[in-house]
Design a binder for this molecule. Structure first.
Ligand code: ADP
Ligand code: G6P
Length: 355
């Protein structure tokens, strides 16, 4: 068959440890493309896939080669590459990118077993999210854009406590132990992927409150690689300058501990990057629109679109701080990247299209 290159699938990679906000980010992203993502109709109710008009999000846990029992027997964690089938991951992502539907396995998070596969048709945008989207060089090469969510240990701990202790009844000790047990493999196989990411969202404890250990107020850094095709980093006031900005003052009043932005050029794993940082949190919408109006290259389609998106999902975690703000901005940049890729293909000579 002959699929034209104009409708070839754009592939996005999203890497992070589990419990670090990937699904929240995916909900923000699919919303930017207009439409909530739903599980596939009529299939396995334990499917991890989310489908909307424009996007299909697949969870890379589906490429576990060892199920829960297999991992236990071999003494390897889900983070270990030996528990994952990168050959199949590569083949299937490549097939989808080439316009071919695949039968993707399903890892059942309830039973810990591999279920019969589900059919994944090539979407306009495929997002592969999970522990290892940038681990295998072949898979990495297929990505049109990649994102790493880098949650610092202090914050990861605070979020896990909030979820696993409050909602799942785990003890503080058991949460500590499970984070410690994952750490060696996390450091060896997950964390190093951030060097390949086109955008990194780094989440750290605030510096606005001395010795804060609550993990409620966050300092969030959006690290954007320079020179990435179809991606122009966001900037504050003057592109390439180093800026420190406290928007709270005569025109805007913020409550304690306030909001502080910094922006400027930097290097990250030897790459030239721009970094936009926000420390603190928003109390009200006027703070957000005020900040949005001072940023450039946001790839919005109308004035206030970032604020509108944030308002629409005010109930998602991180909506009052840099995590939600930057996730929304990255969502808009991905929409822009997608539109640029489609436009450049439409303008490309027909002979460039390969069957
Ligand atoms: P993942 O898909 O990576 O497992 P989720 O998006 O489901 O992560 O988030 C897991 C939990 O982490 C949420 O239920 C919430 O408790 C916490 N969390 C995620 N993102 C944020 C955030 N930006 N701010 C505060 N807590 C968050
Ligand atoms: C990670 C993986 C999951 C895995 C979980 C627990 O979060 O993303 O796929 O199920 O670890 O692994 P376990 O071996 O305890 O089932």
């Amino acid at each position: 068959t002959c699929s034209s290159s104009a409708d070839k699938t754009v592939v996005i990679g999203l890497a992070a440890d589990s419990g670090c906000g990937k699904s929240t980010f995916m909900r923000r992203l699919t919303s930017v493309f207009g439409g909530a993502a739903e599980p596939p109709k009529g299939g396995n109710p334990d499917s991890n896939t989310l489908i909307s008009d424009m996007t299909t999000v697949i969870c890379l846990d589906d490429y576990h080669s060892l199920d829960r029992t297999g991992r236990k027997e071999k003494g390897v964690t889900a983070l270990d590459p030996r528990a994952n089938d990168f050959d199949l991951m590569y083949e299937q992502v490549k097939a989808i990118k080439d316009g071919v539907a695949v039968d993707k396995p399903i890892y059942n998070h309830v039973s810990g077993l591999l279920d019969p596969p589900e059919l994944i048709k090539p979407p306009k945008i495929l997002v592969i999210e999970g522990l290892h989207p940038m681990y295998d060089e072949r898979v990495r090469e297929l990505l049109d854009f990649s994102i790493y969510l880098d949650i610092s240990n202090e914050v990861k701990f605070a979020w896990k406590i909030q979820r696993d202790m409050a909602e799942r009844g785990h003890s503080l000790e058991s949460i500590k132990a499970s984070i410690e047990a994952r750490k060696p493999d996390f450091d060896a196989y997950i964390d190093p992927q951030k060097q390949y990411a086109d955008a990194v969202i780094e989440v750290l404890p605030t510096q606005l409150i001395p010795d804060d250990n609550e993990g409620k107020v966050l300092r969030v850094r959006l690290i954007m690689k320079e020179g990435v095709k179809n991606f122009n980093p966001v900037y504050l006031f003057d592109e390439g300058s180093t800026i420190s900005w406290i928007p709270c003052g005569r025109k805007l009043t913020c409550s304690y501990p306030g909001i502080k932005f910094t922006y400027g050029p930097d290097t990250y794993f030897g790459n030239e990057v721009s970094v936009l940082e926000m420390d603190g949190q928003f109390d009200r919408l006027d703070e957000l629109i005020y900040v949005e109006s001072h940023l450039s290259n946001l790839s919005t389609k109308f004035y206030g679109e970032v604020t509108q998106q944030m308002l629409k999902h005010a109930d998602f975690p991180g909506s009052n701080n840099g995590t939600g703000f930057f996730q929304t901005i990255v969502g808009l940049k991905i929409r822009d990247l997608y539109e640029q890729i489609v436009a450049s293909r439409a303008g490309a000579p027909v002979t460039a299209a390969k069957a």
